[in-house]
Design a protein. Structure first.
Ligand code: SF4
Length: 237
């Protein structure tokens, strides 16, 4: 069995999506995360995995999202070249990547690289919550910036993570509304059990699913994921 690395998201900002493999998150300290297990230091092997996934892209919507369980700069150079070539060949006008706050200095060069083939880069940051102390002390996210306006500099989209101990209906609504104020789009991820130290609180997950997410189902600027495989990638095939 191998991991599903290509999918199509047909509604809300229709796009193709790729889950690529990089060298892995260099940070690795977030207490809720074990995503960085999908990685390898073998660049040639990563490229082979990524090449197969990228070969499935058709350009049907002109929009491609790339995630890689970390930040875009952890992808190998052959993969990046193939993404640029694919965007040019299939006339993909917009490509989305993810990036941790720590690597924001690498974003302008990435934008320039894709602008050369007329592709706009949209950058997503995993902010998880706008509660600075919770993000720093409980999530250990490694973002040393409390000001949402500054967090949005150089980023168009943010991810939020709900369903964790201590979060409330009010805190989750405040996070979404803050995200919508400073970013073009917000992606709500619902925490699911994994191998990380910080695990979901079932009552907070219930509030998220039954009271928070329904408020945003019709909002085109909000993506909602109840499982981290809801975009159609990350499961086994
Ligand atoms: S959430 Fe992102 S930055 Fe944090 S450990 Fe996981 S992959 Fe790394």
């Amino acid at each position: 069995m191998s991991m599903i690395r290509y999918s199509v998201i047909p509604d809300k900002n229709p796009r193709e999506i790729l889950l690529l493999r990089g060298t892995g998150c260099a940070y690795k300290l977030c207490t809720f995360c074990d995503y960085h297990e999908d990685s390898s230091q073998d660049l040639a092997s990563n490229f082979q995995v990524n090449k197969e996934a990228i070969s499935k892209v058709t350009g049907k919507f002109g929009i491609l999202e790339v995630i890689n369980s970390g930040s875009f700069n952890e992808l190998d150079e052959d993969t990046m070249n193939l993404l640029v070539e694919t965007c040019a060949r299939l006339h993909i006008h917009t490509i989305h990547f993810e990036c941790h706050w720590l690597y924001r200095r690498f974003i302008p060069a990435l934008r320039a690289r894709f602008a050369a083939v007329n592709t706009r880069v949209v950058m997503k940051q995993g902010i998880e919550t706008f509660d600075y102390e919770y993000r720093r002390d409980v999530m250990k996210k490694g973002i040393n910036e409390p000001d949402p306006a500054k967090l949005a500099e150089g980023f168009e989209e943010c991810c939020l993570l709900f369903g964790l101990p201590g979060q409330t209906y009010e805190s989750m609504i405040n996070d979404v509304e803050t995200g919508l104020k400073y970013f073009n789009r917000v992606c709500i991820n619902t925490m699911t059990a994994n191998n990380a130290p910080l695990q979901p609180d079932p009552e907070v997950v219930r509030i998220c699913k039954e009271e928070v997410i329904p408020r945003y189902l019709d909002n085109d600027r909000v993506d909602t994921l109840l499982e981290n495989t809801d975009f159609g990638i990350g499961g086994e095939e």
